[in-house]
Design a binder for this molecule. Structure first.
Ligand code: TRP
Length: 455
C-alpha cells in the first residue's frame, strides 16, 4: 500500500484546513445569520460556541483522523472493528451530508459569479446606490440566470476535481485568501466612513438585554460548525494527513481562531453598510449581495475605476474561497464512489454534478417561481440550509465527540493529542481538553438541540 501523503509543515496544515473552513460560511452566511438572529447576542453566542464547543469537536475530529489514518467513511469502523456495521452508517452519513450541503452552497457560488460578471461590466459603479438593491431582487427571482450561474459554478468545481488539478487551486487560494483579508480590511475602512455606519457597529457588538434564547444559540452553534467544516468528516480526513509529530492542539486552535477572525471582519465590513444603506439586517441569504454593491456604488461616485477594481477583486476572491470549500465537498463524494464502487473519477464526478446540480436547481427556483412552497415560513433553500446546519451537522458532531470520548481509549486520545507525551502539553491542559470533548461538548450539543425542538 502506498504510504499516506502528509502535509509538509504546520503552515501547510493550517492553510489546508483554513482553505476548507474559510468560504461562503464566513462572508455570506455569518453576516446574514447575525442579521436574522439579533446582532450582538448572536455574535457573542457564536464566539462562545466556537471556543467551548467547536474547538473541542475540531480537536476530536483531527484526533480521530490521525489515529485511524483513514478518511471519514472508514475512520470509526477502523477504530472499533467490533461494531463495524454501526459505524458504517455514520460513515455513510458523512458522505451524504457534504453532498446535501453542496446542492445549495453552489447556488450561492453562482450568485457570486454573477456579481463578478456585473463588476466587470461596471454595473455597480454605473447604478445609483439606491438602485443596486433592486438589481438583486430581480436577479434571484428570475428563472434562468441564477440556474445558469449555479450550474456554471458547480461544473467548474467538479471539473477541477475530476481533472485532479485541485492542488493548483489550493496553491492559488494561498494567494487569494490573504488578498481577501486585505480587501475586507479595505472595505471595513470604507464601510465605517459611510454615514450611519456606527449603528451597524453597535448592532454587532452591543447586546440588547433580554434577547438571548436557546434558538439563538442553536443557530450560533450550527453556524460555528458549518464555518469550521465540522460534523461531516472533512476535518477527520484532513486529520489523517497530518504528520505524527505535528501539534494537533495548536493547529486546531490556529484554524479556529483564523476562521473566527475572518467571520468577525466580514461582519464588520458588511453590517455598517447594511445600516448606511437602510437595508433590513434580517433580509436573509441575500444580505451581502445587497449591501456590498451598495458600498461599491457609493464608492464609485467619487472613484469609479478604483471601485470597479476593488469589486472585481472582492468577488473573485470570494469565488476562489468558495471553490476551495466546494472542492472539499465534491471530493468527499467522488472519493467515496471511486473507493467503494470502483467508479472512475470522471464518471463519479459527472454523477455528483448531475445529482447535486439538479437538486440545486430546485433550491435556486425557491427564490422565484417556487417561493410559494414553504414550511414554517422557510422556503426550500432555507429548509436545506436549516436542516444541514441545525440538524445534520449537530448530530454528526455529537456522534464524533461521543465516539472519541467513550469508544476510543483514553490512552489513544492522549497519545494523539500529546504526540505520545513528546509535546509537553501539561497534564492539566490535556485534562481540560478531554473533559470538554467527553462531557461539555456532547452534553451541550444534545441539550441545546433538544431544548430547541421542545420550545
Ligand atoms: N466551511 C465552509 C464555509 O465556511 C463550507 C464547508 C466546506 C463545509 N466543507 C464543509 C461545511 C464541510 C460543513 C462541512 O464556507
Amino acid at each position: 500500500m502506498k504510504e499516506r501523503e502528509h502535509f509538509g509543515s504546520r503552515r501547510a496544515v493550517i492553510y489546508a484546513m483554513a482553505g476548507s473552513a474559510i468560504g461562503l460560511g464566513n462572508i455570506w452566511r455569518f453576516p446574514y445569520m447575525v442579521g436574522e438572529h439579533g446582532g450582538a447576542v448572536f455574535v457573542i453566542s457564536y464566539i462562545v460556541a466556537t471556543l467551548l464547543i467547536s474547538l473541542p469537536v475540531f480537536i476530536a475530529e483531527v484526533t480521530l483522523g490521525r489515529r485511524s489514518r483513514t478518511s471519514a467513511f472508514g475512520a470509526m469502523s477502523a477504530m472499533d472493528p467490533r461494531h463495524k456495521k454501526r459505524w458504517r452508517w455514520v460513515g455513510l452519513m458523512s458522505v451524504f451530508i457534504p453532498l446535501f450541503i453542496l446542492c445549495y452552497y453552489s447556488v450561492i457560488g453562482g450568485w457570486s459569479l454573477y456579481y463578478l460578471f456585473k463588476s466587470f461590466a461596471f454595473d455597480f459603479v454605473k447604478s445609483s446606490p439606491e438602485a443596486v438593491e433592486g438589481l438583486f431582487g430581480s436577479f434571484i427571482t428570475s428563472v434562468w440566470m441564477p440556474i445558469l450561474m449555479h450550474l456554471l459554478f458547480l461544473a467548474t468545481c467538479v471539473w477541477i476535481v475530476a481533472r485532479g488539478v485541485k492542488s493548483g487551486i489550493e496553491r492559488f487560494s494561498r494567494l487569494t485568501i490573504p488578498a481577501l483579508f486585505v480587501l475586507i480590511i479595505l472595505l471595513i475602512v470604507y464601510s465605517l466612513s459611510l454615514p450611519g455606519a456606527s449603528a451597524g457597529v453597535e448592532y454587532l457588538f452591543r447586546p440588547e438585554r433580554g434577547d438571548l434564547n436557546v434558538k439563538t444559540f442553536v443557530y450560533a452553534m450550527g453556524q460555528s460548525f458549518f464555518s469550521l467544516s465540522l460534523g461531516m468528516g472533512a476535518i477527520v480526513t484532513y486529520g489523517s494527513y497530518i504528520k505524527s509529530d505535528e501539534n494537533l492542539v495548536v493547529s486546531s486552535a490556529g484554524t479556529a481562531i483564523f476562521d473566527l477572525l475572518f467571520a468577525l471582519l466580514a461582519g464588520l465590513a458588511i453590517m455598517p453598510a447594511v445600516f448606511a444603506a437602510g437595508i433590513e439586517p434580517g433580509a436573509g441569504p441575500g444580505l451581502i449581495f445587497q449591501s456590498v454593491p451598495f458600498i461599491f456604488s457609493s464608492m464609485g461616485v467619487k472613484w469609479p475605476v478604483l471601485s470597479a477594481i476593488v469589486s472585481i477583486l472582492f468577488f473573485l476572491a470570494i469565488i476562489v474561497a468558495a471553490m476551495t470549500s466546494v472542492i472539499s465537498l465534491v471530493e468527499v463524494g467522488v472519493a467515496f464512489l471511486h473507493e467503494r464502487f470502483g467508479m472512475k473519477r470522471p464518471r463519479a464526478s459527472l454523477l455528483v454534478f448531475l445529482a447535486c446540480g439538479a437538486v440545486g436547481v430546485v433550491c435556486s427556483l425557491s427564490f422565484g417561481p417556487l417561493s410559494g412552497i414553504q414550511l414554517v415560513g422557510k422556503n426550500i433553500f432555507d429548509l436545506f440550509d436549516w436542516f444541514a446546519s441545525n440538524v445534520l451537522l449537530l448530530l454528526m458532531a455529537f456522534t464524533v465527540v461521543v465516539f472519541v470520548g467513550f469508544v476510543m481509549k483514553k490512552k489513544d486520545v492522549w497519545d494523539e493529542i500529546t504526540n505520545g507525551g513528546r509535546k509537553k502539553l501539561n497534564d492539566r491542559l490535556f485534562g481540560v481538553i478531554y473533559f470538554l470533548i467527553k462531557w461539555v461538548a456532547p452534553i451541550s450539543v444534545l441539550a441545546i438541540f433538544i431544548t430547541n425542538f421542545i420550545l
